[in-house]
Design a protein. Structure first.
Length: 415
């Protein structure tokens, strides 16, 4: 059961009212594939529903699923899926991919519209049809490896592109509230309910705790990303510890209040202990991003907080930071949602990996569709059912690897 404290659901439900349409991909494939019309029929498919896999056909009209039928019939004009899976479009709640396009190398500021469009196209090509784009809020202007304010400007550019219908997929805002910073509350104050922020996550990257309990792992990560020598890394750690002491409590309390003001779902990040989770529960957190221990994941379950883990962790068999393995949580029945994190193509792959672990395809697919949609309060997508959005994927399984053969958003082919 997910928390709803402080979420303005009435506002959130109208966040996307089809103010724009995805860019047409007309002419890419065969007739009847919905390339330019928004009308689609996929037949002779294994359709992954909420609780079972049905062999039959699915029809989308005017962007909405209108019919799912069982049987071998292939209606005229339908796409013959030859037994491939049809699953809902993937829903991504936390990805660093946009930041990678904006800054492909340290201190390289790529043209933003070009970066937004490349990011959008990349996600579409991996089956992600809804994304909450994570943007850091909270700057550090002092010390080596400082971070500058960029989220407000980038959000304006993203919202402008969305309003112009330039994107293939659905984009929402996810503000990563960096507790260990200097300007967090000022930057959050620049956002209003008109921005329809979907998620605010509480990030505390103070060295020596949570994700970076192991300072060696932090050094490897930061030194590679920011090119720090040993002394610069020591200075960086001391600066962050000082920021936490000065601003930590104020920023945490203020971020929770700002999430409520914006009507956003609140998420925790890197909870490590049962006490961390208890605090998250008091704040009204809806889902926990990447808990670092079994203890924290179990506490989330006890508090009704959904657990999200990273697809790269699941595919690699472990955390690059030395924290708990996503597969361990999956086998302990402590995994609800998967995020692509820093590898967009890992999201679909992770679902098929979970299907092998659990022996349950609908449950596995739900971790990347229904469950994240529910956590983000998007009730119109994430499942294949009449009345839901026609965001669908055609997937062929080759060994244990999913081969993505088609991506449709509201019945319109986008990849």
């Amino acid at each position: 059961m997910l928390q709803t404290d402080g979420v303005n659901t009435a506002l959130y439900e109208k966040r996307e009212t089809d103010m724009n349409s995805p860019v047409s991909a007309a002419g890419l494939t065969q007739p009847g594939d919905g390339a330019s019309t928004g009308h689609l029929c996929l037949a002779n498919a294994h359709i992954v529903l909420k609780d079972r896999v049905l062999h039959g056909a699915i029809r989308v009209e005017d962007g909405v699923i209108t019919e799912i039928s069982e049987g071998d019939d292939i209606p005229q004009g339908a796409v013959d899926c030859a037994g491939d899976y049809v699953v809902p479009g993937l829903v991504e709640l936390h990805t660093d991919n946009l930041e990678r396009h904006i800054e492909p190398r340290p201190k390289v500021d790529w043209p933003h519209l070009a970066a937004l469009l490349a990011h959008d196209a990349e996600l579409a090509s991996t089956g992600i049809t809804t994304v909450f784009d994570a943007m850091r809020v909270g700057s550090i202007h002092s010390g080596k490896g400082h971070y500058t304010d960029y989220a407000r400007k980038l959000a304006d550019e993203l919202l402008a592109a969305r309003s112009q219908g330039l994107f293939k997929i659905s984009h929402f805002l996810h503000l990563r509230a960096e507790i260990c910073s200097e300007t967090l509350l000022q930057e959050l104050a620049a956002f209003t309910t008109e921005d329809r922020v979907g998620i605010v996550s509480l990030m505390d990257h103070t060295p020596g705790q949570r994700q970076f309990r192991d300072l060696k792992a932090l050094k490897t990560y930061v030194a590679k990303k920011r090119g720090m020598n040993d002394q610069e890394f020591i200075d960086h750690v001391q600066n962050l510890l000082g920021l936490q002491e000065r601003f930590g409590a104020q920023h945490e309390t203020g971020s929770v209040a700002e999430a409520k003001r914006l009507g956003a779902v609140l998420a925790s990040h890197d909870d490590t202990t049962a006490d961390h989770v208890a605090t998250s529960a008091r704040h009204g957190v809806g889902f926990a991003e990447f808990p670092t221990t079994v203890e924290a994941a179990k506490a989330c379950r006890e508090h009704g907080i959904a657990v999200m883990m990273g697809a790269p962790n699941l595919i690699r068999g472990g955390s690059h930071s030395g924290n708990v393995a996503a597969e361990e949580l999956a086998r302990l029945d402590l995994l609800d949602i998967v995020s692509s994190d820093y590898v967009p193509s890992a999201l679909l792959l992770s679902a098929f990996h979970l299907a092998e672990i659990w022996g349950d395809m609908p449950r596995a697919i739900a971790t990347v569709t229904q469950n994240p949609a529910q956590a983000a309060r998007l009730d119109d997508r994430g499942v294949l059912a009449p009345g839901k959005r026609g965001d669908v994927l055609r997937v062929r399984q080759v060994g244990q690897t999913p081969l993505l053969l088609g991506v449709w958003r509201q019945g319109l082919k986008i990849s």
